[in-house]
Design a protein around this ligand. Structure first.
Ligand SMILES: [Zn+2]
Length: 414
């Protein structure tokens, strides 16, 4: 499988090179069909390439063509170089011939020949509840852990190798989760101390690395720093660090998947406050001439923000519940009282505590913000400021028993 990875990477990088040297005015860079012809030629001349699987190499070209076509919309831009150990992977195309069907269940028929259209399907068998096996060319059956109860029915799959782990990913677009139909609207406030505060009072936290695991990371980083340059020990220590980082990312991803499924299943409408994470995590470094202040602190905050998986949670909820996710402008959601709508920055006593300066409503600050997000755009209407004589409006001044009013020298008016 590592050899498959090497072949796929080699072919991909050749394609990148062909397109990188293309300049306006020259003959256009070769497309997929032309590249496939060139691949056949290259396989004839190059023994190393010939020993590999032709389908794997051709799929690398197909991946490149897809990436090239989607470069304006995918968010990844132009396809770039693949590096050994970093971008290891290859795509396998299914070998089973199966009949294709239209959306209404009738067999798909080729309009010119009148024959039934045959598609490809991956050969995959379920072994038991947890394990299944899939056929990889040149390797025979490869067992893998199932992450879903049902078997994937896809035409191709991609095998990747990262941080010492092999993964098989089947490209299947799952059906969206059905709305419960209860009309429940939930607001979510995302924060650093509480990852997601829900408007019904629940507080969900994204699992982080334990203190012990963080200490292990520091230990391995220290060992790596002290090991001689280019030594096997340095590589091994950095590999250990990477494994811990991968573990953290896996935990975050797992949590986001489970939470977004829960939200999609139990709520009809999910409202998130609109965050610009890219701007929020901007570095404070500044320039050489004008260095920023508190650069390390900001870097730490940025790391904490990114470790919460805010963007992933929003993205996956949208994927599972299309059309049932809304973004609410984040302005004043943390300062507005969720009981009366009063906005006052003094209401927020501390990071966790919210005490309304108008009606005295007391609540956890994050839950308060979540209720405001659930109220949607515009939020809870603000109360009219009562006719106090320029003084601070308090809860008592609204009550029916009026306090005696004082004039400017402190003598009661009545
Ligand atoms: Zn209030």
């Amino acid at each position: 499988m590592l050899l498959h990875c090497a072949h796929a990477r080699y072919v991909w990088n050749l394609a990148v090179e062909q397109h990188a040297h293309w300049q306006p005015g020259r003959k256009s860079a070769p497309g997929f069909a032309e590249q496939c012809r060139q691949l056949t030629e290259a396989r004839r001349e190059n023994e190393w390439l010939r020993e590999g699987n032709a389908d794997v190499q051709q799929q690398a070209l197909k991946d490149f063509a897809k990436a090239k076509n989607a470069r304006f919309n995918s968010g990844f831009g132009e396809p770039t170089w693949r590096k050994k150990f970093r971008h290891e992977g290859f795509r396998v195309i299914g070998t089973d011939r199966v009949a294709e069907f239209n959306d209404d269940g009738t067999p798909k028929v080729n309009p010119t020949t009148g024959k039934q259209v045959m598609g490809r399907s991956v050969v995959v068998h379920k072994l038991n509840r947890r394990w299944a096996q899939v056929k990889v060319p040149g390797c025979g059956w490869v067992r893998f852990r199932l992450t879903r109860p049902e078997l994937p029915g896809s035409k191709t799959f991609r095998v990747t190798f990262r941080n010492g782990q092999w993964h098989a990913a089947f490209a299947v677009i799952p059906e969206p989760v059905d709305a419960p139909g209860t009309g429940e609207v939930i607001g979510i406030d995302r924060g650093v101390t509480i990852t997601a505060a829900l408007s019904d009072g629940r507080k969900l936290n994204c699992p982080q690395l334990t203190a012990r695991e963080r200490a292990q990371i520091r230990k391995h980083q220290r060992c790596a720093a002290r090991a001689p340059k280019g030594s096997a020990r340095k590589t091994a220590e950095y590999a250990m660090v990477a494994r811990f980082k991968a573990r953290e990312a896996n935990r975050r991803k797992d949590w986001c998947e489970k939470t977004s499924t829960m939200l999609a299943r139990t709520c009809d409408l999910v409202r998130f406050e609109k965050l610009n994470i890219k701007n929020m995590t901007r570095s404070a470094k500044g320039t050489v001439q004008e260095p920023g202040r508190q650069v390390r602190q900001k870097a730490g905050l940025n790391r904490a923000i990114l470790a919460q998986g805010w963007g992933l949670l929003r993205q996956r909820t949208e994927d599972k519940a299309p059309g049932r996710v809304e973004d609410v402008p984040a302005a004043y959601t943390s300062l507005r009282c969720s009981a009366c709508g009063w906005i006052d920055k003094n209401s927020r006593k501390s990071q966790a505590e919210f005490v309304c300066s108008f009606c005295g409503f007391t609540c956890n600050a994050d839950s308060n913000a979540a209720v405001n997000v659930a109220a949607g755009q515009g939020g809870i209407p603000r109360p009219r400021r009562s006719a106090g004589v320029g003084g601070v409006t308090t809860a008592t001044s609204r009550s029916s028993t009026r306090e005696p009013q004082l004039n400017w020298v402190g003598i009661p008016l009545f």
